[in-house]
Design a protein around this ligand. Structure first.
Ligand code: CA
Length: 180
């Protein structure tokens, strides 16, 4: 008889515990994310044409557009070497130099600084990231809003001589949109 009473008491205890665990208030999460993906578009190629040894010139712009429609973006920039020349820190035989800058108008050759320099086959350099602000003119390739268009200018230094007998050299510049 006593055992039965105990069992009832235990059942009641569970019942009370169940009520005590009721949740109030209740919550639910709303989850959502912006559609689309990072995207960047350029206006086209930049044909410089035939230049004399050691010539230095400024060319462009190539327009760079955040066409993601959704996301604020930063850009990184890298350059390939060509078949016969490399992009280096200083002009030399078969070595050209390339500096790039975001600016709304044609910059002077002297507006380009060492931080604007690209090196062939190096990893992409984040715009504006270096202490000296890589690739920064009056635009900077940083925190670029959707649909914003920036103008990229190229300062190209010809090699001091060429061993390709004048073959056209093609350098591929890669602009990569990354999280801001
Ligand atoms: Ca940024």
């Amino acid at each position: 008889m006593k055992a039965t009473t105990k069992a009832v008491a235990v059942a009641c205890a569970f019942g009370i515990a169940g009520i005590a665990n009721a949740i109030n208030p209740a919550t639910f999460n709303v989850t959502v994310n912006m559609s689309g993906g990072l995207s960047v578009a350029v206006s086209g190629n930049l044909p410089i044409g035939a230049k004399a040894p050691s010539n230095v010139g400024v060319y462009g712009p190539v327009t760079v557009t955040n066409d993601s429609a959704s996301f604020v973006e930063d850009y990184t920039i890298a350059v390939s070497n060509s078949a016969d020349w490399t992009i280096g820190a200083a002009q030399a035989p078969d070595v050209a130099t390339m500096r790039v800058m975001f600016n709304s108008a044609l910059p002077l050759e002297t507006d380009f600084i060492a931080a604007d320099q690209l090196i062939g086959l190096a990893g992409g350099v984040l715009c504006g990231a270096l202490a000296a602000e890589a690739f920064v003119g009056n635009q900077d390739g940083q925190d670029v809003a959707p649909s914003a268009v920036n103008d990229l200018y190229v300062r190209f230094g010809m090699p001091t001589s060429d061993s390709s007998t004048g073959a056209v050299q093609t350098f591929t510049v890669t602009i990569n949109a990354v999280a801001p």
